[in-house]
Design a binder for this molecule. Structure first.
Ligand code: ZN
Length: 315
């Protein structure tokens, strides 16, 4: 079978204040802000990208910070936890670091043979750090956090579903995923080469609390495809299976198609090329506000509306 889906590409969430969001993901977690751009569908709002050094698929966490925005509510029909991967010896470091910045964390817990902690960002988005044995990714060596403790990229995205069966069918029958583990009400699936960073977990929840979108909610989950050609192929598979999939949309750093999975979560499939160095050099990623060509003539107006932000890794 030809690989059309490689695993995760990025996760995009809603946030309130831009600077608070930067402080959490760059300041505390030590991810690199690889792109400072705008929401192409709402140019008065930033689109901030945090990732490893170059924005490798499977490491890219992005946000639309809308400023004042009511908080969302976790529930069915939503990705509720985004897990990042750390080395096995890094857990104590992170517990202390998060404590030092007054971020309440869960006690270390066990799941599918791995240890993890759970906490929330400043807007209430669910974040986990999972210790893994064989994750060779290096993350962004930022020179502040010791290299051995650096966050390597995504581990898993967890989807909460009231009707798991149809979402499983989509992932397995039309999106090249397979179930690789099961524990309680959790199914773990993977695509492509599999392993850490390519996992999607589905949790069946019968509490029937519907998710509400707001600050701290995941807006969509994007899966990686290698080329424009593989994207067309997977698009045809989805369309013929009856999913209402959009035409290909140019997102400047990747090309995207979108559709809703049966539980209501917005899925995207994004191409790996052209990547984040398309409009600035790899060394300078994220430093200057980047606009897609079709917004460039509005730059003064856009820059006048967006609040200034500063991205620094905290000690
Ligand atoms: Zn996206």
């Amino acid at each position: 079978m030809k690989t059309l889906i490689n695993g995760l590409h990025h996760v995009t969430s809603l946030a309130s204040t831009a600077q608070t969001n930067v402080d959490f993901y760059v300041g505390i977690l030590g991810l690199r802000m690889i792109k400072k751009t705008i929401n192409f569908d709402a140019p008065e709002v930033y689109h901030l990208y945090y990732a490893d050094e170059i924005g490798t698929a499977g490491t890219v966490m992005t946000f639309f910070p809308y400023g004042k925005m009511p908080r969302g509510r976790k529930g069915a029909g939503q990705p509720t936890y985004t897990a990042f991967s750390i080395a096995e010896n890094a857990l104590d470091f992170w517990i202390k670091r998060l404590e030092g910045y007054q971020i309440p964390t869960s006690r270390p817990k066990q799941r599918l043979g791995e240890t993890y902690i759970q906490f929330e960002d400043f807007d209430g988005m669910g974040v986990e750090l999972v210790t893994t044995k064989n994750d060779l990714r290096t993350g962004w060596l930022n020179g502040v956090i010791p290299n051995e403790f650096i966050i390597k990229g995504f581990h898993t995205v967890t989807l909460h579903e009231a009707n798991m069966e149809k979402t499983l069918r989509l992932l397995i029958d039309s999106m090249q995923h397979k179930i690789v583990a099961e524990e309680g009400n959790r199914y773990r699936l993977e695509a492509g080469e599999g392993g850490t960073g390519n996992y999607v977990d589905i949790i069946y929840t019968n509490d029937q609390i519907k998710a509400l979108q707001g600050a701290g909610s995941v807006h969509h989950v994007a899966f990686s495809t290698s080329t424009d050609e593989t994207q067309v192929e997977i698009r045809e598979i989805l369309a013929s299976a009856g999913y209402g999939v959009t035409p290909v949309i140019d997102r400047n750093y990747f090309h995207s198609i979108y559709y809703r999975e049966p539980g209501g979560i917005l899925f995207e499939i994004a191409t790996n090329p052209p990547g984040f160095a398309v409009d600035e050099s790899p060394e300078k990623l994220g430093q200057k506000l980047q606009l897609p060509p079709w917004y460039e003539s509005h730059r003064p107006k856009i820059e006048g509306v967006l609040p200034p932000i500063k991205a620094v890794v905290f000690p």
